[in-house]
Design a protein around this ligand. Structure first.
Ligand code: SAM
Length: 237
């Protein structure tokens, strides 16, 4: 795969991303388990714990996709009200099938224009969203807007390790192994190159924390996992 493959220009990115996930929806969960060596559900558990939800609270899972973070929230807190928002219907349809009792409110929405009033949730979280948006600060600002004062904004995302040796291994894995795995995931050739390239352009954990602070989130902390390849950021409104 050529490493110089361009990402879509910003004005085409939302359509490109939506098509890619619509195409991948049926195989998304299985590929997630394979590509993360079975770690992804553990990370989602940590996302929900980091949300620090009160009893009977309200959680917004932005870019809920097939709903795994939303489902984990209900597993940890059966009494919370969970909204899963995403702009790809095909992904949410898979999530709806995993929630036959309809406990999650799935809403078609753009992460950059959330259709919710200010201060309407106790926490907002996202898993593997931020690499896909055209404006990371605007996405965090929207989550900050809809979360009540004192509530949390939590972000799980792929990141590049700082240690040179792990950086090389990460690079090899994402540029040589992932594209081959992705070939199983999607018939869309662009998707093979999108994932690794989107990680190269994405800010490292300190930079992402700075973006969160820039939109007014407080007490921003992060931890990295899986040899520094995945980061969990937490900020307070
Ligand atoms: C990698 S999937 C992650 C799904 C889920 N959060 C998880 O943990 O598996 C990324 C999701 O982000 C959604 N997405 C990307 N950009 C979006 C945007 N601007 N607004 C809403 N959803 C978006 C895609 O449709 C896709 O379902």
């Amino acid at each position: 795969m050529p490493e110089s493959s361009p990402l879509p220009p910003p004005e085409e990115k939302p359509v490109f991303v939506r098509h890619m996930f619509a195409d991948a929806a049926r195989r998304y969960d299985r590929m997630n388990r394979i590509m993360t060596l079975g770690q992804d559900q553990r990370w989602r558990r940590l996302v929900v714990e980091a949300c620090n939800l009160p009893s009977g609270g309200r959680l917004l899972d932005v870019a809920t996709g097939t709903g795994d973070i939303a489902l984990e929230a209900l597993r940890q807190h059966p009494d919370v009200w969970v909204v899963g928002a995403d702009f790809t219907r095909e992904m949410m349809r898979i999530g709806q099938a995993k929630d036959p009792e309809g406990r999650i409110a799935f809403v078609e929405a753009d992460a950059l224009r959330l259709p919710f009033p200010d201060d309407s949730f106790d926490a907002a979280c996202s898993g593997f969203l931020m690499r896909n948006v055209t404006d990371v600060a605007a996405a965090f600002a929207e989550q900050r807007r809809v979360v009540k004062p004192g509530g949390r904004v939590v972000c799980l995302e792929i990141t590049r390790p700082a240690m040179p040796i792990w950086r090389d291994i990460f690079h090899f894995y994402f540029f040589h192994i992932v594209p081959r795995l992705s070939a199983l995931l999607s018939s869309n050739r662009d998707a093979y190159t999108y994932l690794p390239h989107s990680t190269l352009q994405f800010p490292r954990p300190p930079g992402l924390a700075e973006i969160m602070r820039s939109v007014g989130l407080k007490h921003v902390t992060w931890r990295t996992m899986m040899l520094g390849t995945v980061a969990l950021h937490v900020g307070e409104v």
